[in-house]
Design a protein around this ligand. Structure first.
Ligand code: 5GP
Length: 185
């Protein structure tokens, strides 16, 4: 599972790792956030209303969920269970609150924190993507500080300095767990 501050490049890394590793599937989260330009329903997220989100929460349909930067995000329990039963490894890209919940529920999960090279680089990346208002950028940077403080709770920290290096490190981590599992069988 990938966690880390907004703007750190989790999405890009995720795409790279998914195309590089067989049998790894991405769990598409639900969110109450409005789609950004270019984002597609059912591909990037399932975009749902706040009301629908609350409804699903009441029905206990989420494996984990959290309020992040003023919106709600959640992973559907059924999606993860279906893929795990089919023998796939499931990649979640979630925030640190969700990571905490997953750690408790599925202690065997592999938690990977994606860290930016510096606060300045993170700010630059957030500004460059031009998808957030000034207010949202400030909120995301503030939250990033808190998230960074929790990075030591993770099994691995990958520094996203260059896409090449970080995706290679990530790939190595995922494959090392597979080898370990194979050796135990
Ligand atoms: P964004 O709005 O930039 O797509 O995502 C904001 C934050 O929410 C990111 O840190 C992202 O990883 C996190 N996030 C996305 N989906 C989920 C989810 O299903 N659960 C949780 N807990 N966080 C999520």
């Amino acid at each position: 599972m990938l966690a880390g501050p907004s703007g750190v490049g989790k999405g890009t890394l995720r795409a790279r790792v998914l195309s590089d590793i067989d049998n790894l599937v991405y769990s598409i989260s639900c969110t109450t956030r409005a789609p950004r330009e270019g984002e597609r329903e059912g591909v990037d997220y399932r975009f749902i209303s706040k009301e629908e989100f609350m409804n699903r929460e009441r029905q206990n349909l989420f494996l984990e969920h959290a309020a992040v930067h003023g919106n709600f995000y959640g992973t559907l329990r059924e999606d993860v269970e279906r893929e795990m039963e089919a023998g796939h490894d499931v990649l979640l890209e979630i925030d640190v609150q969700g990571a905490r919940q997953i750690r408790e529920l599925l202690p065997e999960s592999v938690l990977i924190f994606i860290a930016p090279p510096s606060a300045a680089v993170l700010e630059e990346r957030l500004r460059r993507r031009r998808t957030e208002s000034e207010e949202q950028i400030a909120l995301r940077l503030e939250n990033a500080k808190k998230e960074m403080e929790q990075s030591s709770d993770y099994s691995h920290v990958v520094l996203n300095d260059t896409l090449e290096r970080a995706s290679e490190a990530l790939r190595g981590i995922v494959l090392s767990y597979r080898n370990e599992t194979d050796e135990c069988q």
